[in-house]
Design a protein around this ligand. Sequence first.
Ligand code: GLN
Length: 254
Amino acid sequence: MCRHVGYLGPPVPLRSVLTDPPFGLYRQAWAPRRQRHGTVNADGFGIGWYAGGDPVPARYRRAVPIWADPSLPDLARVIRSSAILAAVRSATPGTATGEEAAAPFASGPWLFSHNGALDGWPKSAEPLAVRLNVCVLDLEALVDSAFLWALVLGRLRSGEPADVALAATICAVEAAGGSGRFNFLLTDGRSVAATAAGDTLWFRQAGGTVTVASEPADDEPGWTEVPDRHVLRALPSGVIVRPLTAATEGIGIR
Ligand code: GLN
């Protein structure tokens, strides 16, 4: 189970989200405090961020553990952004290695990350790909997360709101016979959507900022845990949490 974090608010250096918090993503790579599956997240990492006036984010991904990248401290000190999504990876058995297999996955304005696993990958993806109409050859990498991202992206492209697309993807995978843990994190740089489905998810909204993370980055007050099988939509001005089933009400699960 990997760990991930999303931030929206006034521009901040990447380090204030990644490395400065005492129990932030950097530390979660080797000492997560609430991770339910796996112990370290040393199979790569990735950071995505938005520069002012450009809707398409930049990504920096590496296959090494986040603490083993000598270039990161400088980048994290000087790059500032008002929208950041980052992840550290503990690879699921049977998935590809390499930086292309590390979140965030991207398309256009979107950045996506997945904490969890599709049970039985890669075998289980075959019938799901047929039923849910995904071409496995088109995936960004041969990873369960890239497969799930392809499903989410299809829904975004058909006009579903981000939180609905995440919740509906989980419901569709399960309706098609798939199972697993599906904590998703998605942003377009303006809002963040995320699911709790099998692992931990928290958020903190304070002072015109919102942080959505697998686990609290510090022991300060203000963190709220999202109940399992819920989806969240976050803006710096407010957070809405609802059950997956409420988000998908009224749309056909396909
Ligand atoms: N299954 C995904 C991967 O292999 C996510 C892993 C995780 O959450 N540990 O990258």
